[in-house]
Design a protein around this ligand. Structure first.
Ligand SMILES: Cc1cc2nc3c(=O)[nH]c(=O)nc-3n(C[C@H](O)[C@H](O)[C@H](O)COP(=O)(O)OP(=O)(O)OC[C@H]3O[C@@H](n4cnc5c(N)ncnc54)[C@H](O)[C@@H]3O)c2cc1C
Length: 446
């Protein structure tokens, strides 16, 4: 009898196979989902490039620890639980060697007061800054630990489709083979969204358009932001503004102290600008995005098409280079020229640009919003509204489609989960990581 029971137990253990979960994209969403499933499931991550870390790998590595920034976690859980998820991510980055100690409490309170007096809002957030030059090491360490926990990375493998049977996914098609699955997490980031949208439509998964953010990259001398960044200890200050003329929502985003402006590919033949800072190399300037939120209803809901139209026009006007304009020229209704730019006190960190006129490419309403927001920001960042301030365009954040999901980011296809930026639920490293954790909770119940 005793021997029989032991044999049965052995047999049971022998046949208990782990669920096969394939994740598309090795960005923060998949990495954090994998971390929460490793050991319980057989996790394979397919990544079309040769590296792990996603678009976050080339980012500045500013981590915003707040459940309402870079996505809204309260859509999926109560706020107290959402803070728990954020704390978990913070702890994880700490284990990877990132300094995540909160700082600048008093400075943040002062900024809040100054902003309130200027009629704008300062959003308090605990932030850490890894730096573009250190982020690859952090991600490499995360990869090593995940591999140690049994997660498999298939690099240079591009997912091209899903194999389905009835209402379930049975495999992920990639690089000429099919990976058999019990569950799938799609998290290909913003770059990978095009073909997947068509795939979702063909699978009958519901989608809606998210608002889009359209604006410029503002570049000022470090002195303009020094007090906020260094004295108040706030690396990426978030100011929210409602503009006087249109009552539109405008925000500062991705502040890069002592940073550089860079050209960023949006998709084939379409590009814009972005910014980054390094820990070990600095410039004389600070840059940040100033973004106008645009939501469309009728008859055009498609904010992606709207954003593409603006980017296309700006790219054409710039002769396939970003447009650069002095704020003084924009206000004076003149295009910038190299000669006029040479009279600016700010030396551009991106020189592969065309001096031009942003108002030729952007709708008047957005230009108004930008100019009025800079006027408001002057109260908290003295000098930002100077004629010398540089504006690069286009800077557009395509969040586009929001995939319809349940509260664990599961779709109407029973064993298909989505996460990260492409699903329209995050806009940053921590938000994407949180969405991966949420999806992992659902996948675990498979
Ligand atoms: C220049 C830049 C600076 C940024 N700075 C910051 C910052 O300072 N702080 C911050 O919080 N956020 C920043 N972000 C945003 C942040 O990087 C993203 O929000 C985050 O990485 C999104 O994570 P994700 O997992 O959704 O997707 P991603 O990180 O985009 O990863 C998706 C991965 O999927 C892969 N992929 C796509 N399609 C396929 C396919 N078909 N098959 C296989 N693999 C595929 C891609 O190659 C990519 O590696 C920045 C982004 C950029 C581009």
């Amino acid at each position: 009898m005793c021997i029989l029971i032991t044999a049965q137990c052995l047999t049971f253990t022998w046949f208990k196979s782990l669920k096969r979960i394939v994740m598309v994209g090795a960005g923060p969403a998949s990495l954090f989902a994998a971390k929460h499933l490793a050991g319980e499931c057989e996790v394979t991550i397919l990544e079309e490039t040769g590296h792990v870390g996603g678009s976050g790998l080339y980012s500045d590595g500013k981590l915003n620890f707040n459940p309402l920034i870079g996505g809204d976690l309260t859509e999926f859980m109560p706020i107290s639980e959402a803070w728990g998820v954020i704390d978990n991510i913070r702890e994880n980055f700490k284990e990877l060697g990132v300094d995540t100690e909160p700082r600048g409490e008093e400075g943040q309170r002062q900024l809040e007061r100054e902003a309130a007096r200027a009629g704008i809002r300062f959003v308090r957030i605990d932030q850490s800054h890894i730096g573009s030059d250190h982020l690859p090491r952090v991600m490499q360490e995360m990869r090593k630990r995940l591999e140690g926990d049994g997660v498999r990375f298939e690099l240079g493998v591009k997912a091209t489709g899903l194999k389905t049977l009835g209402s379930r996914v049975t495999g992920v098609k990639a690089s000429g083979r099919v990976y058999p699955v019990d569950g799938v997490l799609l998290a290909p980031g913003r770059v990978g969204s095009g073909w997947l949208i068509e795939l979702m439509a063909s699978l009958g998964v519901g989608m809606s358009y998210n608002p889009i953010d359209i604006g410029v990259r503002v570049e000022v001398p470090n002195e303009v932001m020094d007090e906020i960044v260094n004295e108040h200890g706030c690396w990426d200050p978030k100011f929210h503004i409602y503009t006087p003329s249109y009552d539109d929502f405008v925000r500062t985003f991705c502040v890069c102290p002592r940073g550089f402006v860079a050209k960023e590919a949006y998709e084939d033949e379409l590009f814009g600008v972005n910014g980054y800072s390094m820990r070990d190399t600095s410039s004389k300037n600070t840059n940040f995005a100033l973004l106008v939120r645009v939501k469309l209803t009728q008859p055009l809901e498609n904010t992606t098409e709207y954003g593409r139209g603006i980017a296309r026009l700006a790219n054409t006007l710039g002769g396939r280079k970003p447009i650069l304009q002095r704020l003084g020229d924009l206000r004076a209704h003149k295009r910038s020229t190299w000669d006029r730019l040479s009279r600016s006190y700010v030396e551009p960190t991106l020189v592969e640009v065309t001096p031009g006129d942003i108002s030729m490419a952007y709708p008047g309403r957005i230009v108004y919003d930008i100019v009025e927001s800079l006027e408001r920001l002057e109260a908290v960042m003295p000098g930002v509204d100077s004629d010398s301030t540089l504006l690069y365009g286009p800077e557009i954040k395509f969040y586009a489609m929001r995939i319809k999901t349940d509260k664990t980011l599961g779709t109407s296809v029973g064993n298909l989960w989505v996460g990260g930026d492409w699903a329209g639920v995050s806009r940053g490293i921590v938000g994407a990581a949180a969405s991966g954790i949420i999806a992992a909770r659902g996948i675990r119940l498979l």
